[in-house]
Design a protein around this ligand. Structure first.
Ligand SMILES: [Ca+2]
Length: 160
């Protein structure tokens, strides 16, 4: 016959109860971390996309001897530019240029809303690309750009 402890629980029952509490606590912690993990994942994609866009712009500029897009025009990844009349070029993404030699697509922000877009502008001499990060605030503050709320890369970070 099994003897009961003074509290009414056997050691096995106590162990199982503690085990269940530990599992529930772990699941709760994991669920609480999911939004943060998703923000991190989107930011990692943004950092990789911006590096890709920078590569495409540099390859285009090296070949064409001019930066892609119309000078002093801001392009955003949530707006596809119209192919303008009289200009017979294939617009292959959100920057008004033909990138087919350099990339099949031009990356867009994983959210691609007004608050989270990639943007690009050049002035004929230099260019800047921006992204809005959700998690890595330090990268936006330490990129030497003029806006601490944007992740800025390029050859002149005061164009945008
Ligand atoms: Ca800037």
């Amino acid at each position: 016959m099994q003897t009961r402890s003074s509290s009414g629980l056997t050691l096995i029952e106590l162990t199982i109860t503690l085990g269940i509490i530990v599992i529930l606590a772990s699941v709760l912690l994991l669920v609480m971390e999911i939004p943060e993990l998703e923000q991190k994942a989107r930011d990692n994609k943004r950092l990789s996309d911006i590096a890709t866009i920078e590569r495409i712009i540099n390859e285009y500029a090296n070949n064409a001897k001019s930066f892609p897009g119309i000078a002093n025009t801001t392009y955003a990844s949530n707006v596809i530019p119209d192919e303008e009349e009289g200009q017979d070029i294939l617009v292959s993404g959100w920057i008004y240029a033909d990138f087919t030699l350099y990339s099949p697509t031009l990356p867009i922000d994983p959210k691609n809303t007004d608050n989270h877009v990639y943007s690009y502008r050049h002035n004929g001499k230099a260019y800047e690309i921006n992204a809005s990060l959700e998690y890595f605030d330090n990268l936006m503050q330490e990129d030497n750009g003029d806006d601490p709320a944007l992740y800025e890369v390029g050859t002149n970070l005061s164009i945008l």
